[in-house]
Design a binder for this molecule. Sequence first.
Ligand code: NDP
Length: 455
Amino acid sequence: MFRWANLGWFDARVLIVALCLLFGVRIHEEFRRQIMKLNKQKSSQAEREFGGTLGATCIPVFLPLTVLYLLCVCRSPAASVLQWPPVLPPTAQLWDPLAPVLILGWMALQSFLYLLPMGKLSEGMVLKDGSRLKYPINGFHALCVTAVLLTLSLWLGMPLGYLFELLLPLAVCAIGVSFLLSLYLYIRSFWAPHHALAQGGNTGNPLYDFFMGRELNPRIGSFDLKYFCELRPGLIGWVVINLGMLMKEVELRDSASLAMILVNSFQLLYVADALWNEEAVLTTMDIVHDGFGFMLVFGDLAWVPFTYGMQAAFLVVHPQSLSPLGATAIVTLNGVGYYIFRKSNSQKNQFRRDPTHPSVANLETIATATGKRLLVSGWWGLVRHPNYLGDLLMALAWSLPCGFNHLLPYFYVVYFTVLLIHREARDERHCRAKYGLAWDAYCSRVPYRIFPYVY
Ligand code: NDP
């Protein structure tokens, strides 16, 4: 039988050391468990955006229905959002076997163009593990090749105007693809290493995480799914749909109206600009901060192509005449908006990439504890989001060619104002957390957020 008294001095010391080690290991384990518990609690209590779980449950139902509803209303003779009961399409109008073929073919074509060795490779921002991903900068090339292919197809007699009839089935398929892709992204994120997860979409609540996106930069090999979806299938798809509406107008009235030409040209300029400056997307919130989940997938693949160009679909059924003076005023407004938007985005992008570049080296800045500096003069000294101001002026110019008899064409400008005010508030929260007192100093130097002397 074991007796303490039988132990020699050496044996007793060994036993004490062993007990201390055992005890130490237990304490260490307990300590680790508590820290992990705290971290888990902290992450699950992290501030939830978009209305938390309730928002993440309702938005994926509500927004797809909104897309279909808006498309129905804008093609109806009254085009009234106030009409009750609301315009609902017969189910037969929601489906066409050609639609999935076109959507999948389109995604395949854009993926092929993404993979072609055209353009340069650029590095993204530094990730949590210190690495930087490489991205092909060939979106503008993809737009040009698509334009050549479209011209060829039109020359061969492709009835592009038929897109008008196909709008609803195409939107239904794009919504379906968004759900499937988001589900795939959610499932695969459980195999991603912890450092590859986004800060906001990793709460442990499946609905919220599915919506916000768990993984920051999901890739299949070198194919970056988020970067691809951000600017290619949806944005290029949007201008192709617009062109389809213009062709439909030509079919119906033998020529394209000035209003339709303006809407097509303004939106083509916006898309071409985004693709020409594709590298700038690498420093935006979507790429740097947000996970890739339903919010971005649906926005990129369904919301943008089917609601942003609604003015063109509206004009097919509700032609508008524009006076030369009215057209000049609208072109000027779009030009001013574009100038502010482009100059301010380029200034910040240049400053973030190389603060010693002669175009930004003389601007006044504030130092922050992170080592990064904040611009307080130039465009970023006018308001805290001059790029949003320019974007909103353009949004208004896109709606004005549709006249003042209907509210619907102004949906985009109203929605976009709400989106950018919400986005600005999100960005402020992130910047305040990142830069602390330096951000407060910036806010007191530049008190207005988007509209000088107003907001
Ligand atoms: P921004 O390009 O506005 O970038 C915000 C970031 O810029 C901040 O997080 C901060 O990041 C940096 N920053 C802020 N203030 C300063 C400053 N004073 N000096 C230096 N850096 C500063 O973000 P978005 O991604 O929201 O917008 C990009 C463009 O895309 C905008 O023109 C917007 O209008 C457009 N957009 C269009 C949408 C559409 O649907 N059409 C949707 C969303 C955006 P850090 O300090 O870490 O660099």
